[in-house]
Each structure stands twice: as C-alpha cells, then as structure tokens.
Write a new protein. Sequence first.
Length: 276
Amino acid sequence: MKKTLVIFLSTILIFGCSNRKDQEENTQTANNTQSKAPMSKAEKIITEMVDEIGGQNALKDLFDVEYTYIYESPEGHRDVSKERYIFDGELSWAEYLERSDKMMPNYQGTIIQSYNGDSTVTTVDGKQVDTPEINKRSDFLRKTNFYWFVMNFKLLDPGVNLKYNGVRLYNGINYEMVEVNFDEQTGDVQDKYLLYINPNTKLIDQFLFTVKDYGLEQPFMMRVKYEEIEGVKLTTYREYALSNWDGDIVQDQWTKEWSEDISFNNGFTVDDFRLK
C-alpha cells in the first residue's frame, strides 16, 4: 500500500488547515481499513511463517546469491553445480562441476545454463546448444532450482492462493495444513502444494507437491531442514519421495538435495546472466 507523503508548510497556514487535514487523513484511514479484506487463517499462518524466516523481502534485500548445489538420486546419480541467482527478476545461472550420465549424456565439456529474465540458454564449452529437449530441461532446472531456494519467501506473492485445510497429526505433531494453488497467469505450470506448518516453530517442516510440467499429478513428499545465514532461514537440505495426498510414502526411495557455501551480495548484474 502506497503512503501519501504529507508536506507540512512552515507557516501559520498549517494551524488554520490542520483540523481539516486531520479529518481528511482520518477519513482516508477509515476508508482503507474498511476496504482491506480481513486476513484469512491460511494467510495468517503463512505470514507468521514468512516473518519467522526473515520477512517477505529478506532475499531481495540481499540482492543475489552464489552457492554449491548437490543432487543425488536414489539410483546414485549425482550432479554438482555452482548456482547463481539475482532475486529481483528471478534470474538463474548454473555451471555444472560434476554431472551424471543423465545430464546431457551426449555432450562432453562444461555445461552452463542461464535464465536471463527473458529466455534460457544452454552452452557446452561456450557454444550454444539449441534443441527442444535441452531447452525444456534447462528452463525447468533453472526455474525449479531458483524456486526451491526462494519458495517460502514467495508464498504471499500475488497470484498465490492459500486455503486452510485443518490440522493433520504426523509424527506426533499437529500440523497446520495449508493448500497452495496458483492463478493461471502465475508461473509456467500451476502445481499444487500442501504445506505442513509446525505450530511450535512456525516453519514448514515438509510439503506435498506435484510436477505437472512432466505430467506427474501424483504428489511427492518433500522434507526440509533449515540453516540461518545472514539473518534468513533457508531450506539448505531437502529430500523427496513419491507419496499420496494423505502424506503416506508409497515409494521409499528418496532424492536428496542440499546447498553449501552460500554467499549473498556478490555484485552480479544482468549482463552476467547473458550467455553469448
């Protein structure tokens, strides 16, 4: 909500107009109060969570980040990438330091992916690779890796719809359940999330999610662990397995992801994300 800056004139006119000005401001405040919809229970729970991790703008205030991202599949496939993001504009860049035979197996050399705010480009040893399959995969990874890093800070964004789903007992904790859906214009694909918010810590301990971009409507269960860095609480460890909407694990094979060597305020610019 934008605030109106009131300039007080240092003349006797201030005193002659002050009562009228106060009345106008009080009327405006009353109108704003009346027009603002009351916060739903789901919004209140998510607002408390966002405050607990540092606030909605905490990451934007840190401008950018660089870290090492490690991915391990249940089959033993391992990818390691150096990740860089600019939070304002959601720019996402990665250089693969180690990769399994599932990551572009037909290409040898250093792979770099970059989403520059307009499009995603992939290069191998500095040469662009442009095929529909690689373009889709790289675009998915750039946006997904970015989203997992920032997700908790974006749950109050426009286009995010929150619904309170009651209480669910899980591992001895009565979790507050919040369902998350997205407007059609929000994101490339509108996945569904079901969050487990711990009433004792106010944090999301785990959540169910779909991956509709690859036709996966059955949910996965994602469990997370936090680390506080530069005053913000980040999910630096994640593991997920196939589940159902009741939260039962139906395939006890866990993919693991974690982040190391996280550093903010590196001075990255948009030009750093434009691959030539």
